[in-house]
Design a protein. Structure first.
Ligand code: HPA
Length: 238
């Protein structure tokens, strides 16, 4: 079964028919929201809202372990994560849709492994290299959706946005886009052998790359504008 982890602006969506809800408890604590089980065009989907149903759980407070564990536990084997990001690469300005292929983790203090009583090192050379990402790229090609097929996702701690100097540093490090939620979500999914792909929506130029201030209003306007295309992607994924 496919899971969709909805990010900001994706607390719910209209074409998803909910059949049942799974409660929040896991051995790692509560998930951000209950997992909704249902269908999109008869395709079974498990949906979880990363920031909670009321958009109240900040990136550094999300219980990523509970979320990923709960999805695995309801029978999910692949996860489409929707992430709002800021663009650094010239092609990744507002409204760009990106399937990153790499990640650099700048977060700290987040519970980021399921393995606390054994020494295990999971291979993470290619964080997003599963069948799901290839299916998304094939769909984009067929339907001319224009998904950008590369990008190094720099994951910052938040919840504040970055300073311009921090973005210059991320750029020197090789980051193409910046967000706050792909890590440790992606590596926890890898620890549980889930096929994980991140579909990023650029909602602003990263700090210092435009003379406009970054506002929540502008961010939510872009999330609303890009909603139909993301819904189409979820509907048409094999
Ligand atoms: N930085 C970090 N996270 C974000 C941004 C940003 O500019 N935009 C949306 N999420």
């Amino acid at each position: 079964m496919l899971a969709v982890i909805g990010g900001s602006g994706w607390e719910s969506w209209s074409t998803f028919q909910v059949a049942s809800e799974v409660p929040l408890e896991t051995p790692y604590g509560a998930t951000s929201s209950s997992i909704q089980l249902g269908t999109v065009n008869t395709k079974p989907i498990a949906f979880l809202s990363r920031h909670g149903a009321a958009h109240s759980v900040a990136p550094h407070q999300i219980n990523y372990r509970a979320n990923i564990w709960a999805l695995k536990n309801v029978g999910v084997n692949r996860v489409l994560a929707i992430n709002a990001v800021g663009g650094i690469h010239a092609a990744m300005g507002p409204e760009a849709l990106i399937l990153p292929d790499q990640v650099i983790d700048y977060t700290w203090g987040r519970e980021h492994s399921f393995w606390s009583d054994q020494v295990m090192h999971v291979d993470f050379s290619n964080p997003f290299d599963g069948a799901l990402r290839r299916q998304l790229l094939a769909l984009s090609e067929r339907q001319r959706l224009g998904l950008i097929d590369f990008g190094v996702y720099g994951c910052t701690q938040g919840p504040r946005l970055e300073s311009a100097a921090e973005i210059r540093r991320l750029k020197r490090d090789g980051c193409d886009l910046v967000g706050m939620t792909a890590m440790p979500e992606a590596s926890l999914a890898r620890e549980l052998s889930l096929d994980y792909a991140s579909l990023c929506i650029s909602v602003n130029w990263a700090a210092g790359l435009s003379d406009k201030a970054i506002t929540m209003d502008a961010i939510f306007a872009i999330l609303n504008e890009t909603r139909p295309i993301i819904q189409q992607i979820i509907e048409e994924l094999p």
